[in-house]
Design a protein around this ligand. Structure first.
Ligand SMILES: [Zn+2]
Ligand SMILES: [Zn+2]
Length: 98
């Protein structure tokens, strides 16, 4: 995943959790996608670990909040789909540097 998509998806996870913190239902985010709200925290751990490996600063622990309803988050899924089509992401996947 290229820098833009790594950071973009990371910000998006924080936005989703921020919505939940403000008491907004995540129903608008939930539909048939790739990432479950139940694995969103795990996904954030993966992304922040990757940011650390690349030397980007990460000063934003994910606040504790219940993520309801359980389900998938299509906007993140859409970004993952974007990443698959992104030339910079593909370059990285094939061993290049971005
Ligand atoms: Zn974070
Ligand atoms: Zn990309």
């Amino acid at each position: 995943m290229c820098r833009q998509h790594l950071l973009g998806e990371h910000v998006e996870l924080h936005m989703i959790v921020g919505s939940a913190l403000r008491g907004r239902s995540l129903a608008g985010f939930v539909a048939g996608g790739l990432i479950e709200t139940g694995s969103l925290r795990e996904r954030h751990e993966d992304l922040s670990a990757e940011m650390g490996r690349r030397g980007y600063s990460h000063r934003s622990p994910l606040p504790a909040v219940s993520l309801e309803p359980a389900g998938s988050v299509p906007r993140v899924a859409a970004r993952a789909e974007l990443a698959r089509r992104c030339p910079a992401c593909r370059l990285l996947q094939s061993g290049g540097k971005a």
